[in-house]
Structure formats: C-alpha cells, structure tokens
Design a protein around this ligand. Structure first.
Ligand code: PLP
Length: 234
C-alpha cells in the first residue's frame, strides 16, 4: 500500500519527474492520460510536460480540442479503422498498427489532411491470447507487399509491444528481448536505408525498467503518474 499512499500525496508533476529520473536520456516518456480528466493533463502541462498518450479516439480528439496545441499526442491502444478520422489531423504517433486495412485507412486520412503520419508496427509478444499484433514473418510479408509500398502518407518509425501481465520478470524480460530482436531484424532486412526507423515502444508502469534494460526507446507510463484508473461502470 506504500506506493498508493505516495501517489496520493505527490503531485502529477512530481510523479513525472520521478519517472524521468529513472529513465536514461534518449528514452522518451509517454505520459498515459487515458480516462483522466483534462485538469490532470493541465497540471502536468503546467509542470512542463507535453507528451501524452490516449487510447480512445473520440476522447483524444476532445482533449486535443480543449487543450494547448503544442501537446504531442500519442495514440497507444488498438485503433479501429472507422475511428482513424478522429485523430488523423493532429496525432504525432500511432503506436499499435497491426493490419494492412488499418494502414490504408491511416494513409487515406493522412492524405486528406496533407500529412504524413508516423506509425509503429505492433508485435504480439505476450503469452496471452490476443487478436492484435504481427509476428515477424507476417510483418515482413506486409512490408514487402506492393500494397504497402503504395502508401505514401505513412511513415513506419519502429515497433511496439506489450509483455504478459505477470510478476514473472524473466518472462517479461524475454518477451521484451523478442521485440527488440524483431526490431533489429526489420532494421537490417527491411529498413536498412531508413534512418528514422529507430523506435522500440515497450514498457508500462509495472515493467518499464526491464523494458529499458532490453532496449526500449519509448515507455508508456500511466498509473505511476496519474494514479489508478477509474473506469465508469458498464
Ligand atoms: C494503459 C496503457 C499503458 C499504461 O499502463 P500503466 O500500467 O497504467 O502504466 C501503456 N500502454 C498501453 C497500450 C496502454 O493501453
């Protein structure tokens, strides 16, 4: 319970500073503000932090419209094709792209706004059953397809993954290792000429320190900064 008490008495900005102290230079912190009210983001912003992550397109659009325009917004969760339109105008990076259908829609919406949208390819590294995420051969097949090569308003800058939700550190570590290995293979085989294919988005509140040891360049931290999330009852 010690940690929960600490979150109560510390401010959001202090929590951000604590996380920043724990991560090396060169690793970017995405402060995951999903489900949190605008006031919580404003508090972090006034403390000097401007990089936030959200996982619901309409919620993100509302926050974008209400808040300062120099915030860098990351979309971190599963994105449904029919919701790309809500975020295409302003999103800085879409973390979890896992299908050609989604890539095509992002490309289409990016074109509409005369932008190039940065994306990460999501890999399925956890033991848990999930519909989301590529394995290495699926990703390479996609990247080698003519369909992919036509998408001129998409920029793939790296990979993303989520480890199994478990206390078993060895397992979490080996899943992060696997994601980094996939990144390294894509970097040499598919993106050798592309200097901006550099990001490995891995690590959340419970496992970001392990993720950094295994080569993370972006950690997505929510509850350690903003406190536990409260979801509206269904
Ligand atoms: C919610 C979420 C996070 C942050 O999780 P915490 O455990 O609260 O740090 C990170 N990544 C994704 C994809 C998420 O949905």
């Amino acid at each position: 319970m010690g940690r929960i008490f600490k979150l109560d008495i510390m401010s959001i900005s202090q929590n951000i500073d604590e996380v920043l102290k724990a991560i090396p230079e060169g690793v970017k912190l995405i402060a995951v503000s999903k489900t949190k009210p605008n006031e919580a983001i404003v508090e972090a912003y006034e403390g000097g932090y401007k990089i936030f992550g959200e996982n619901k397109p309409q919620e993100l659009k509302g926050k974008f419209e209400a808040l300062a325009k120099d915030i860098e917004w990351h979309f971190i969760g599963h994105l449904q094709t029919n919701k790309v339109k809500y975020i295409a105008e302003f999103v800085h990076l879409i973390h979890a792209v896992d299908s050609m259908k989604l890539l095509k829609e992002i490309n289409k919406q990016a074109l509409k706004h005369n932008r190039i949208i940065n994306c990460l390819l999501q890999f399925h590294i956890a033991e848990e059953e999930s519909k989301f995420g590529y394995n290495l051969s699926e990703a390479q097949e996609m990247l080698n397809s003519d369909e992919f090569k036509c998408l001129e308003n998409i920029n793939i800058v790296g990979v993303m993954g989520m480890a199994t939700f478990t206390d078993n550190e060895d397992q979490v570590r080996s899943e992060f290792k696997q994601l980094k290995e996939n990144f390294d293979i894509l970097k040499t085989k598919n993106f050798a000429d592309k200097d901006d294919f550099v990001e490995v988005s891995m690590g959340m509140s419970g496992d970001y320190k392990i993720a950094i040891e295994e080569g993370s360049t972006m950690v997505r931290v929510g509850s350690s900064i903003f406190g536990a999330r409260q979801y509206a009852p269904k």
